[in-house]
Design a protein around this ligand. Structure first.
Ligand code: GLY
Length: 392
């Protein structure tokens, strides 16, 4: 009899342990943790710098200057944390970092202005409505638009070099948000036209029959012809680099928000189907850094891709019927629960002060492998806020 009671108690105990935490509680815990953890991170960065990653071998946070493509994510994450917690120290730190970033509105060196200036100043303006922040975004859009190339109807991602003539990468879809926003908010209407042309060209040239995308398409600027389709950060030219697929999913969902063009919505749905149904997506739904990485010596997960895809799926669920919405929200929820677990989320005071572990920056370069990254934290916080806003 004692044995039966013991087995019953064990079984009910494990059932109890399996009961899922409410998402409202999980989100609340994650934001209060984030405010404390970013209080640690801010002490690990000199005043003119931005955090980039953490090197466990040295125990030091690796930083960047404000020209690095990720310079907007740290202020953006601080603003998301402030939005939820209203913590004044977090707001003060965000303002301090925005002040050093502002000069980059004139940066012309690559296509990353959207990441840099819209994830930062876009959120600042959304929260505080300061005219000077809007002016910064407007100028940044003007700078980004200088990279538009009419002969290929796209924005040139990087300058030409000995290997590439006019490279356009799938990541570039993300920078279109700033252009659309500026046009829709009293700015030059040409910016949105540029964004639409770019999205249409990418739709035609970057995608494969299975709806995965090439990372990079290189063009001849004189003829407008494609020279080659390759990867820069993926496992192989033909593989599905996870973060690249995420940029495409997020990008077409966002372009549908601004245009209501069904082609964009359908492209986002096709990318989502590719990502969700892929046999190599693990049970916890955090992808390998490349969907073709399993069974290679480099089969690391990429938490940044997981966070980004979760955030995009939550928006996509806003634009589809109930059945698809359920699939997208359930998948995103699994991703967020995984990221919030001990497997992916750092402990207070560890990880240099970053929130998430296990992202991959640039595998072919052998840099930033299985480390925290600012953009993983940013899209994680964004996804949690989106879940709260739309699905609680
Ligand atoms: N946009 C660069 C990257 O995703 O690593």
């Amino acid at each position: 009899m004692k044995k039966i009671i013991f087995i019953f108690l064990m079984a009910s105990g494990s059932l109890f342990a399996q009961k899922k935490q409410k998402m409202s509680v999980l989100i609340d815990q994650q934001f209060h943790f984030a405010a404390e953890q970013y209080g640690v991170l801010k002490h690990n960065i000199a005043s003119g710098e931005m955090p980039r990653t953490f090197n466990p071998a040295t125990g030091k946070v690796v930083t960047s200057d404000t020209k690095w493509w990720c310079s907007g994510f740290y202020p953006g994450s601080l603003l998301y944390i402030y939005e939820y917690t209203k913590n004044p120290d977090i707001k003060a730190e965000a303002e301090k970092r925005l002040a050093i970033l502002e000069k980059e509105k004139h940066y012309l060196g690559n296509h990353d202005l959207g990441f840099m200036m819209y994830c930062s100043f876009g959120n600042a303006y959304r929260l505080f409505h300061k005219a000077e922040d809007k002016a910064t975004i407007d100028t940044s859009a003007m700078s980004l638009a200088t990279r538009y190339r009419p002969s290929i109807e796209s924005i040139q991602s990087w300058d030409s070099n000995e290997l590439l003539k006019c490279p356009v990468i799938i990541d570039n879809m993300m920078n279109l948000e700033m252009l659309c926003w500026v046009s829709d908010n009293g700015g030059d209407k040409r910016f949105k036209e540029i964004a639409i042309n770019h999205a249409n060209t990418t739709l035609k040239t970057h995608f494969r029959a299975d709806n995965s995308s090439y990372h990079l398409v290189d063009y001849d600027l004189k003829t407008g012809q494609i020279i080659k389709k390759i990867t820069w950060q993926g496992l192989a030219d033909s593989s599905a680099w996870a973060r690249g697929q995420g940029w495409g999913l997020y990008g077409y969902t966002m372009m549908y928000r601004f245009t209501k063009d069904k082609n964009y919505l359908n492209q986002a749905r096709k990318i989502a189907a590719f990502l969700i149904n892929h046999p190599n997506l693990p049970a916890d739904k955090i992808p390998y850094w490349d969907y073709n990485a399993p069974n290679t010596p480099t089969q690391y997960r990429d938490a940044s891709a997981g966070a980004l895809i979760a955030s995009a799926l939550l928006e996509l669920g806003q634009y589809t019927g109930a059945k698809e919405k359920k699939l997208y929200v359930n998948t995103a929820e699994t991703m967020l629960r995984s990221l919030a677990s001990d497997k992916y989320r750092a402990k207070l005071g560890e990880n240099g002060g970053f929130l998430l572990l296990h992202s991959v920056g640039h595998m072919p370069n052998k840099t930033e492998i299985d480390v925290p990254l600012t953009y993983a934290d940013y899209y994680y916080l964004e996804a949690l806020l989106r879940y709260k806003k739309w699905y609680l």
